[in-house]
Each structure stands twice: as structure tokens, then as C-alpha cells.
Design a protein around this ligand. Structure first.
Ligand SMILES: NC(=O)c1ccc[n+]([C@@H]2O[C@H](COP(=O)([O-])OP(=O)(O)OC[C@H]3O[C@@H](n4cnc5c(N)ncnc54)[C@H](O)[C@@H]3O)[C@@H](O)[C@H]2O)c1
Ligand SMILES: O=c1ccn([C@@H]2O[C@H](COP(=O)(O)OP(=O)(O)O[C@H]3O[C@H](CO)[C@H](O)[C@H](O)[C@H]3O)[C@@H](O)[C@H]2O)c(=O)[nH]1
Length: 332
């Protein structure tokens, strides 16, 4: 059994990973300031600290074996409007975390990086050796943190893995996607199926793709969680390993909408809208490094299954019973 600090564990991905760590028998403390996360999302069995990443030194001590670091702002559009908010939180926060880890002697880290570090791809599928040219401040902050971690590993012996997620989707039991405002395609289409929105806007149907809409690589959040457990075990002192995480299959926006219609049995009206700034036509991962170095094997690759899990979560969280009581045990 190991003892893990999970920053951002009241958010979508962090809560699913924290739940997986608990199920594997580990001790988990969640550090989250609830800026975009929810107290109810912290899994039962975790210790919860409501606090800011930038104060990580107040809680980090040598009893932790590793940090899994999810806490960040992650809306591409907002980052274009308010870049300073992203640099302060994502880069400033991680700088404080790395300093606190160094002081406490915690020498193992898994970091949530993103496909947004690549920007407009030059190859499909995208490999980690491809150029990184982010097209948003969000992507730039995540790339800056990746560089910071590379330096920390080389200079101070940190054992680190950055996982570059492509499009995370689906849910794991009572843990799922709850962004406010929601900007991600699958939860938005499900809101239309639920009658909570009139129609889904398709952002551009004149891309150079088979049906003219953007193609993305949708990865089940539980497969993503399993990669984190493998990564924390595989990290080697002095090395910063960077792995893309995706299924290697692309689905268009229209294919996603059609699959939601089939899975839910509800009509989903769509309207064609203008392209969204900064959207590449196709983003598909080569996860070769994760497969070879981590021994990772995604198993929930069927889009209908991913959407069915997200649908079950969407219905549960909007039921009159709500998302359930607060999980975890508060510290202090
Ligand atoms: N969801 C995706 O599709 C996706 C794709 C690529 C990368 N990522 C990355 O994965 C991570 C998790 O994403 P998510 O979708 O779960 O987002 P989320 O907003 O649901 O979770 C982020 C959590 O971090 C917390 N947080 C933010 N700043 C903090 C701070 N300074 N101190 C303490 N807590 C803070 C928030 O309250 C929230 O609970 C992020 O780093 C994101 O950039 C997500
Ligand atoms: O209402 C909507 C919402 C989205 N889309 C389209 O659906 C696709 C997927 O959009 P999402 O917002 O769900 O996801 P992104 O591909 O923009 O973003 C994902 O990939 C990024 C990398 O570019 C980052 O990693 C980010 O964190 C991650 O969520 C895009 O083509 C987008 O234009 C629509 O057509 N209508």
C-alpha cells in the first residue's frame, strides 16, 4: 500500500483516479480548492483537504510516496480571454508544488498534460516526438509545466511521468464529467438528449474530414485512470517520461451525435455553426509509448460504451436525488 496526494481530486479525472487508487488498496489525500470541482466528487475513503495548490507546502510531508497532479484550469477558450489566470494557476501552482515536493523529499510525480501541447498536428496519429506548438495559452501553460518537470527530473532526481490526454469521456460509477459551464462535446450532446438544451451546435462542417466535422480520439476515463496507476509505478528517478493517451481511433462530431441518438433513444437536433477558433481538424493519438513503457492496454474503446457510461452518469446527476452526499473525510 502506498500513500498518495491527489491534487484536483474533486474534479472529473482526479476523482476517477482517486477512486481507482482507493480500490487498489492505497491511501489517498485529495487537495482541491473547489474552484471548478465539487465536494461530492471526492471519493468516500479519501481524506479531503480544501486548500490551494500554491499552499501545498502546508500539507506535503515525507509520508507521501507520490503526487498525482490534476489541479489546473483547463478551458481552452477562457485561456485565450484570460491568459494570466492560466499562467498563475497552472504554472505558478505547479512551481509551488514542485518546491514543496523537493522540501518534503517526495520524489515521484504523475502530471496531467494534454494533446493541446501539440497545437495543429503535423502527423496523424500524433507521437510524443512530434513538434509542440500550442495554439492556446492553456496548451502553452501545460507545455511549460512539462518543461519544468523535465528540468526537475534532470537536476533533482524527480521520477516523473506526464500523460498527454486526448479527449477524455465516459464515467466511472458515480464519478463523471461536471464542468460548469460545460464546453465538451459529449456532455453537451447528452444535455440535448435530456431536453436540457434545444440543439447541439456543430462547430464547422467544412473541415477536410470524411463528413466535414472535426475528428477526435475519445478515451474512456477508466482506461485513463488505469494508465495513472501504471505510470506512478513505472516512474524512474531522474527521468521524465511523456506518454500520449488515446485509443488511436478518430470519431467525427457527427458520429458522436449519431451514437448519442442510438444509445439514448432520444432525438438530438443539431445546427451547423461557425468553426471554433483553434480547433484542429483531426486529433488522434499514437499511444505506442504508453503501451510499450507502461504496459497500458485501453479496453473500453467502443464509442457507444463510452457514451453509455456518460449517459448513465448524466441521468443520475440530474435526477431528483442529485449527485449524492459529500465523499471523503475532511481534514481539519
Ligand atoms: N477533461 C479532459 O478532457 C482533459 C484533457 C486533457 C487534459 N486534462 C487535464 O486533466 C486535469 C483534470 O481535468 P478535469 O477535466 O478533471 O478538470 P476539472 O476542472 O474537473 O478538475 C480540476 C480540479 O482542480 C481543482 N483546482 C484547480 N486549481 C486548483 C488550485 N490552484 N488548487 C487546488 N485545486 C485546484 C479544481 O477545483 C478541480 O476540482 C487538468 O489538469 C486538465 O488540464 C483534461
Ligand atoms: O458544442 C460543441 C462542442 C464541441 N464541438 C466540437 O467537438 C469536438 C470536441 O470538442 P471538445 O470541446 O469536447 O474537446 P476538444 O477537442 O476541444 O478538447 C480536448 O482536446 C484538447 C486538445 O486540443 C484539450 O486536451 C482539451 O482539454 C480536451 O478537452 C471539437 O471539434 C469541437 O469543435 C462542437 O462541435 N460543438
Amino acid at each position: 500500500m502506498s500513500n498518495y496526494l491527489v491534487t484536483g481530486g474533486a474534479g472529473y479525472v482526479g476523482s476517477v483516479v482517486a477512486q481507482h487508487l482507493l480500490e487498489a488498496g492505497h491511501a489517498v489525500t485529495v487537495l482541491d480548492n473547489l474552484s471548478t470541482g465539487f465536494r461530492q466528487a471526492v471519493p468516500a475513503g479519501a481524506t479531503f483537504i480544501e486548500g490551494d495548490l500554491r499552499d501545498a507546502h502546508r500539507w506535503l510531508d515525507a509520508t507521501y510516496d507520490a503526487v498525482l497532479h490534476f489541479a489546473a484550469f483547463s478551458q481552452v477558450g477562457e485561456s485565450v480571454q484570460q491568459p494570466e489566470k492560466y499562467w498563475t494557476n497552472n504554472v505558478g501552482g505547479t512551481m509551488a508544488l514542485l518546491a514543496a515536493m523537493r522540501t518534503a523529499g517526495v520524489r515521484r510525480l504523475v502530471f496531467s498534460s494534454t494533446a493541446a501541447t501539440y497545437g495543429e498536428p503535423v502527423n496523424t496519429p500524433i507521437a510524443e516526438t512530434d513538434p509542440t506548438a500550442p495554439t492556446s495559452p492553456y496548451g502553452a501553460t501545460k507545455l511549460a509545466v512539462d518543461h519544468m518537470i523535465t528540468g526537475e527530473a534532470a537536476a533533482h532526481g524527480l521520477a516523473a511521468v506526464s500523460l498527454r490526454y486526448f479527449n477524455v469521456a465516459g464515467a466511472y460509477g458515480s464519478h463523471g464529467e461536471r464542468h460548469d459551464p460545460e464546453s465538451h462535446l459529449i456532455p453537451l450532446v447528452l444535455q440535448v438528449a435530456q431536453g436540457r438544451r434545444d440543439a447541439i451546435s456543430v462547430y464547422g462542417d467544412d473541415y477536410p474530414t470524411p463528413d466535414g466535422t472535426c475528428v477526435r480520439d475519445y478515451l474512456h476515463v477508466a482506461d485513463l485512470a488505469e494508465a495513472h496507476l501504471l505510470a506512478v509505478a513505472a516512474a524512474r528517478p531522474g527521468e521524465h517520461l511523456i506518454c500520449n493517451l488515446g485509443n488511436g481511433n478518430g470519431f467525427s462530431v457527427r458520429e458522436v451525435i449519431e451514437t448519442v441518438r442510438k444509445v439514448t433513444g432520444h432525438p438530438v437536433p443539431e445546427v451547423t455553426a461557425a468553426r471554433r477558433d483553434g480547433d484542429p481538424a483531426v486529433l488522434v493519438a499514437s499511444a505506442r509509448t504508453a503501451i510499450d513503457r507502461l504496459g497500458w492496454r485501453p479496453t473500453r474503446t467502443d464509442l457507444a460504451d463510452i457514451i453509455a457510461d456518460a449517459w448513465a452518469f448524466a441521468r443520475a446527476t440530474t435526477s431528483p436525488d442529485g449527485p449524492g452526499p459529500a465523499g471523503g473525510t475532511s481534514q481539519r
